[in-house]
Design a protein around this ligand. Sequence first.
Ligand SMILES: [Zn+2]
Length: 258
Amino acid sequence: MFIKELTFECYQNTQYAIVERAINNYFDMLRYNGQILGREFPIAMLGAVFSTRLVCPEEESLESQFNSPQVTHALNKLTEAGLLAPKIKTIAEDLNSLECAPNFKPSWQVLYTTFLDTCSPLRCGETLQPIPLYRTPEAISNGDRKSVLKWQEEWINCDELQMNGSAVSAAILKEMGEIDSKLYYRGSNLSKRIQFVTKTPTYYYLYRVAGISLEEEQQRKCPSCGGDWRLDSPLFDIFDFKCDTCQLVSNLSWDFKK
Ligand SMILES: [Zn+2]
């Protein structure tokens, strides 16, 4: 991941509120396309110049070839607000975040995230490293990748709640781990759409915790087809189960995993 500095200069008299709205809208549209990561972006004002630092998956993430129609529209709105096109400078590589996958066309990929993540939930099946969402050859829905980011936000919210032993944990664990949940329905549809546009088999991750015994958990079958799906050895120390028919992966219940 790369840290970028963006500066916006006013070319005409304008109002602070208009500028602020236009810049924040531009950031939102970049975020919904996977071109910048994170959710909060501080903006500094020095006279008629506004600046910010952003984290991008790749050094070239902000190149116009990756812009969604929404990003292009937001750039036009910056001009209308009295701002010149942003000047973009690379500050450094971010040491605090995951490196992108070395290959954006792996043999398989998986929709996977955790509460710690700010990176793309589309992960390379060979390395588990993130694949930037704007790299899909086509948009995922409505011109950009917002639907995937919204699914990820909900997953992260669920993960945080269940980690904290929330009163609604049972309902949340169903959302994260069972195939008759709304989160699964949305996520597996996104996986299918991503598979269609990337032509790469795209799996979906089901979270698993609790259970009665290690033996019982080891015998667990694919919840979709009922078939055997246990792997000989875990992948990335996370996935113990993988069904190639249903394109699902899961872990041995975290309660019994060493
Ligand atoms: Zn299956």
